[in-house]
Write a protein that binds this ligand. Structure first.
Ligand SMILES: [Zn+2]
Ligand SMILES: [Zn+2]
Length: 152
């Protein structure tokens, strides 16, 4: 079911085509194995991103992130976290090591330019807020809860 909301999840302003999203992505980040360089803009498979919420501005997005995390059962302290190094990071839910080059879930926030109905999962740029191991699909559950609430 495509999203039908066209207003900011924080302040209810109409969403401009260029806006910000919090999303859960299935990721497998390619590392440069010849060195330890981390690509801050990894190529991600767009179709595997699911938007949790959309915002009119980065300010609204950042303000809302702790609440979105809490609703997903994750500690709001992750709101200030950014994944900038690899190749292993702790799962935000269970602390198990997550190998970033393998399949895992990540909470991301970033800028998109699209109409609400046409978003293909692509970000112009994004921050990786946290990663989840394959056993912890909290973000997906949160998305389902959001969809359920929208249907009421
Ligand atoms: Zn807003
Ligand atoms: Zn986990």
């Amino acid at each position: 079911m495509p999203p039908t909301d066209t207003s900011c999840a924080k302040c209810a302003n109409a969403l401009p085509d260029t806006h910000h999203k919090i999303a859960v992505q299935a990721q497998g980040i390619a590392f440069d194995l010849d060195g330890d360089a981390f690509d801050p803009h990894p190529k991600l498979h767009p179709s595997t991103a699911r938007a949790l919420a959309s915002f009119c501005s980065r300010a609204c997005c950042k303000e809302a992130l702790p609440k979105n995390l809490a609703e997903a059962g994750l500690s709001p302290h992750w709101a200030k976290n950014r994944i900038t190094t690899g190749p292993v990071q702790p799962c935000a839910a269970c602390s198990k090591p997550v190998i970033l080059s393998g399949p895992h879930l990540a909470w991301v926030m970033g800028k998109v330019t699209t109409t609400m109905l046409a978003w293909d999962g692509t970000f112009e740029w994004l921050d990786i807020v946290l990663v989840l191991c394959q056993g912890c699909n909290t973000g997906m559950q949160a998305k389902q809860r959001i969809e359920e609430r929208a249907q009421v």
